[in-house]
Design a protein around this ligand. Structure first.
Ligand code: MG
Length: 284
């Protein structure tokens, strides 16, 4: 008897975890600045700089610390965090980025999550109807039932805290180490980027921050978040620039300028007589 024909199955998509920072990666300003403006509080930046100098809290966790310990911020309630979130100016096309990642690109599908030190309520309000709330991991507070005051911190996803969240997500989604993409802009992303790189994942910096730029595998500067797809399309999907342009144009996005710059940073100092030779050029 003839063997039944085997049905041809479509190849299964490769699943990736795409994790992104929030403040200054998906938005233009830090959440703490917007919240302080909303409350009419001065001196937020100075307080953050002071905390950074003494290394008391994880980089990026300064707002969480101030909300819990600074008397000026004692008046903050959950509603203020939501209001601040609604005021945040987002970078362009986060919705489109999320849609493209979710639909998948040429057999690669990406689960989009936000991991940030900003209060979860702020990010959820800012990304309302763009990223589902259960895909957002920010700093979580416990509130007093009666007064609504912030009582304690449940979790701060800053610095090493981001690594912990990423690991949890990876095991929940069953994603291997080399299928993790992390996007960030600042000092709070150093730990997690080193962690992702060490395990053969892919890291993208969206700023020229001197701490991040040498660590991230690629850097991309743009006010449109769809730009982070470019290193992914080049290095993970394996497309050339003309293919990338056509793909984005089809999705309604036109790349106007694309300057590829590789920057070598150097500090040169004057040598001493000891280090200098006798005027002759050394021969190899
Ligand atoms: Mg940031």
């Amino acid at each position: 008897m003839a063997k039944p024909l085997e049905l041809e199955q479509a190849p299964k998509a490769r699943e990736y975890l795409f994790a992104s920072d929030f403040d200054q990666t998906l938005s233009f300003n830090d959440s703490g600045i917007i919240l302080s403006e909303l409350l009419g509080l001065q001196g937020f930046q100075e307080k953050v700089s002071g905390l950074s100098r003494i290394n008391l809290v994880q980089q990026g966790g300064e707002l969480a610390y101030l909300l819990l310990h600074d008397p000026q911020y004692r008046c903050v309630r959950r509603e203020h965090l939501t209001q601040a979130g609604k005021r945040i100016r987002l970078k362009k096309n986060i919705g489109l980025l999320s849609e493209i990642l979710d639909q998948g690109i040429d057999g690669h599908r990406f689960h989009f999550y936000v991991i940030s030190a900003a209060p979860e309520e702020v990010i959820q309000a800012a990304l309302d109807n763009i990223v589902p709330p259960d895909h957002i991991f920010g700093t979580r507070f416990r509130y007093d039932e009666h007064s609504g005051e912030i009582q304690s911190i449940i979790r701060v996803s800053a610095g090493y805290g981001k690594v912990a969240v990423l690991d949890e997500l990876q095991s929940k989604l069953q994603i291997s180490h080399d299928r993790v993409v992390y996007v960030g802009d600042g000092s709070s992303d150093v730990h997690v980027m080193l962690h992702v790189n060490r395990r053969d994942g892919f890291t993208i910096a969206v700023s020229e921050n001197a701490l991040i730029a040498p660590i991230a595998r690629r850097a991309i500067l743009s006010d449109d978040t769809v730009s982070v797809l470019i290193p992914i399309l080049e290095e993970i999907v394996g497309w050339d620039p003309s293919h990338i342009r056509k793909f984005l144009e089809f999705r309604g996005v036109i790349i106007q300028e694309w300057d590829k710059v590789r920057t070598d940073r150097l500090t040169i100092r004057q040598g001493t007589e000891e280090t200098a030779g006798n005027g002759e050029v050394p021969v190899a």
